[in-house]
Design a protein around this ligand. Structure first.
Ligand code: URA
Length: 435
């Protein structure tokens, strides 16, 4: 086979065969095809698209490019969950111990934040000593012993995706549904859970700006899962304003603890409980949503869900006292309240702008490898739909120093839209795509 012929084929709108796709990924992973040819192929895929069969073939080839964990051979059912990323998204921190406390094992590899969306690893590392670095043996031991493991993304898993993603990042080929779907699903298939719950976000703070694009991405991933024997369900959820109230690593950890205590903000708590219920139904732990909701509520009420988080934090080297007493988590030296500049209803809080503001406080990375400050971030005092009077608390800045806090005020205020009349708030969960 010749790479240039395959590039021409895709460029001219033809389909690539299964063997051709497998060959391309094997050769590229082995370093036998240069980046410039694959960059050209990626642009052809971006422009011409891929059909279902090609997207599945690409995903499988990428999944097989490195280590495969086959976790369901050790514990079954075992759930994996993935969010396409948003601002203030601490759902994984709450849902994974919640479902593990209800008897569903969770084997999850999770990433660091880059850009305006946060990463679960960074949030977990705000707990002193917590480690996501582990061998395959440690991963399986934790899964067996605690029914939950929250590991960092292994570089040995789907290495073709690591190479392709880096190339897409610098060649304008990120925003392609077959490329995003195969990138996410290849890592999921390499882990080898039996069930996968996807949270596909859309809106100003998400990768997918419209629900139509999010639906197409979700359907593509559910179909890849179905074809590969991974039971996949995808929720379509709005990301127009930040999720919950806390943005920033330790601040989000505190909010996740509140959710597990039944005391979190309504929007994010409902999303977490809904996702947990969905997982109980899809894995057969509950026969319907009403039964699942009751099991979830009991895990919250009894404290079992929070106890599970304490257990896994301790098992992964973290200080469990910081979960039992969240006031012991690291906190920023400066707190600065920004007040409402006018009276009225909050009509919009631009999630991406809030995420970028939080990054500039040190809570996120502008480039890979940047250090982050776990203490800093923002706490929304009111959400879209709320009525405030001028001077009421609007958003609290948690900063390293006064200068950084004061410098951010105007930028934060520009993220808000106001209305004189009341505002309707659409539900967070817009649809659920099942196989
Ligand atoms: N997340 C991924 O893992 N891959 C993409 O292509 C986009 C988001």
């Amino acid at each position: 086979m010749h790479t240039v012929e395959l590039i021409r084929k895709k460029r001219d709108g033809q389909q690539l065969g299964s063997e051709e796709i497998t060959w391309l990924i094997e050769q590229y992973t082995a370093g036998a095809i240069p980046d410039y040819q694959i960059a050209s192929l990626l642009m052809a895929i971006y422009l011409r698209g891929m059909n279902e069969r090609e997207t599945s073939d690409l995903t499988l080839a990428m999944a097989r490019s490195g280590e495969q964990l086959h976790v369901q051979d050790f514990v079954s059912p075992v759930i994996d969950k993935h969010s396409t990323g948003g601002v203030g998204d601490k759902v994984t921190l709450a849902v994974t111990p919640l479902v593990a406390s209800c008897g569903v094992a969770v084997g999850k590899m999770t990433g660091r934040g880059l850009g305006h969306t946060g990463g679960t690893v960074d949030k977990l590392e705000s707990v002193s000593g917590f480690s996501v670095e582990m061998s395959r043996e440690d991963f399986l031991r934790l899964l067996h012993g605690h029914q939950i493991v929250l590991a960092g993304q292994s570089n040995d898993l789907a290495p073709a995706d690591g190479k392709l993603y880096a190339l897409r990042d610098v060649t304008g080929t990120i925003e392609s549904i077959p490329l995003i779907a195969s990138s996410i699903m290849s890592k999921k298939l390499a882990i080898g859970a039996s069930h996968l719950l996807l949270d596909v976000k859309f809106g100003s703070g998400a990768f997918m700006k419209t629900i139509e694009m999010a639906r197409q991405l979700a359907q593509t991933m559910v179909e890849i899962g179905r074809a590969a024997g991974l039971h996949t369900v995808a929720a379509l959820t709005a990301m127009d304003q930040p999720l919950g109230c806390a943005i920033g690593n330790a601040l989000e950890m505190v909010e996740a603890i509140d959710i597990l205590r039944g005391e979190g903000p309504d929007d994010v708590s409902e999303l977490c409980y809904h996702e947990a219920s969905e997982i109980l139904v899809m894995t057969g732990k509950a026969s319907n949503h009403a039964e699942a909701d009751a099991i979830v509520q009991e895990a919250i009420r009894s404290g079992a869900a929070l106890k599970k988080l304490v257990e896994i934090v301790e098992a992964q080297g973290g200080d469990p006292r910081q979960i039992e007493h969240p006031e012991l988590l690291p906190s920023a030296p400066v707190r600065f309240m920004v007040n409402a500049p006018q009276s009225g209803y909050i009509a919009g809080i631009e999630a991406e702008g809030i995420g970028l503001a939080s990054m500039s406080l040190g809570a996120g990375r502008f480039k890979k490898g940047d250090p982050i400050d776990h203490r800093t971030g923002l706490i929304l005092q009111a959400k879209v739909g709320a009525h405030l009077n001028a001077g009421d608390p609007l958003i609290e800045i948690h900063a390293r120093n006064n200068a950084e806090a004061e410098a951010l005020q105007a930028e934060l205020l520009s993220c808000y839209r106001w209305s004189e009349t009341s505002v309707t708030v659409d539900p967070l969960i817009r649809d659920v795509i099942r196989p």
